[in-house]
Design a protein around this ligand. Sequence first.
Ligand code: SF4
Length: 424
Amino acid sequence: MEKICASTYENVTCPACGLLCDDLRIDRESAGQLKVTDKGCTKSVTFFERAYQTSSPRIAGKTVTLSEAVSKAADILRDTNQPLFAGLGTEVQGMRSVLSLADKVGATLDHMNAYTSFRNTLVVQNSGWQVTTLTEVRNRVDLLLVIGTDIVSHNPRFFERNVWNKESMFDQATSAREVIYLGGQNIDTSAGISPKGVKPTVLPCNLDRLPEVVAALRAIISGKTLIATEVACIKVSDLQSLSERLKAAKYSVVTWVSSDLNMAHSELTIQNITELVIKLNATTRSSGLPLGGSEGDYSVNQTSTWTSGYPVRSRFTRKHPEYDPHHFSAEKILENEEADALLWISEFNPEKTAPHVSIPKIVIGHANMQANDADVFIPVSTAGIDHTGTMFRVDSSVSLPLGQLRNSSLPRLAEVMSAIEAAL
Ligand code: SF4
């Protein structure tokens, strides 16, 4: 990020989705209000241009000092046996401090997006996968197969930055790239239209029948003969033709967004995608690319994994980390009344509020957040706007620094978590 004059920043990194675009231009207006003046998308505008306001710590709705709120939060956690830390909308430094406190009080950890991101995690843990980076896509892809999603409702600038980019490292004619959408109904495929006006191929089907379609495509790529003539209203001949195009491509990329694959056992469909990629690599080059990402989910999982050996949906109750993607779901724990206190974190998004619970509730969140029913509310500053930080991109292999665009009187999440830990 560069500060090009007193209140204008260029090459700002945007943490609002997993792409972490690092080319935004942002102006700081009076009273700390920000304006995206170049390279923004609807998501980034919502993120950076949110009304700037400050807020105070509260205990049971009454304004208190930060040290009083910290002390009350420590009192709550000291008296618990099974605290649940959920939400976890933060970046790397914030997550480090969360893990430290979780270890101290024996907490269970779950991210607000884990119910969809664990669909990918299960595949990695079961069979591994062969995936690529955004940089590789930008420079090498010649055929992009998009499965069950429009991509752009999650990652609005994906095509602009990674498919229809004007230049590539190997002088590839990027405008000649081929895009194919497979699965889903009424998906907006306009982002897949090339700069030359070539429309993408679209093979629609009901999303709940996508597992059959992907399994059939994998079978065809593996050389099996299907007796059926169509699968979920897609002609088998069209799937055969898709298989041939994938085999003929020099570098195909097969992509999906786990939160769009809302069908039972969607991890099996993701595994079929990653296994067909492996088959293609017998004769050509192909890679998977999981997309999406928000509220720091990739950063939280990365930090948790290198620190404890596990992604979130982990527990520290027995003084060593345990992992269970099914039983350590925050939703299930609250439903089964297995937690005796909830600590909810959302530093990026005030709309990601804590669930209503009947146990003591501590909320550490964005200054604009409504948290009237919390026993303790501590507003914190936001990484990428109010203070620096680090985030992992959706391809997990690249981390980017987040800049500071204005001064904030609010503490960072890491400062609050360390203060609570010290007060225990
Ligand atoms: S596509 Fe994602 S990272 Fe890029 S500017 Fe939009 S919200 Fe930010």
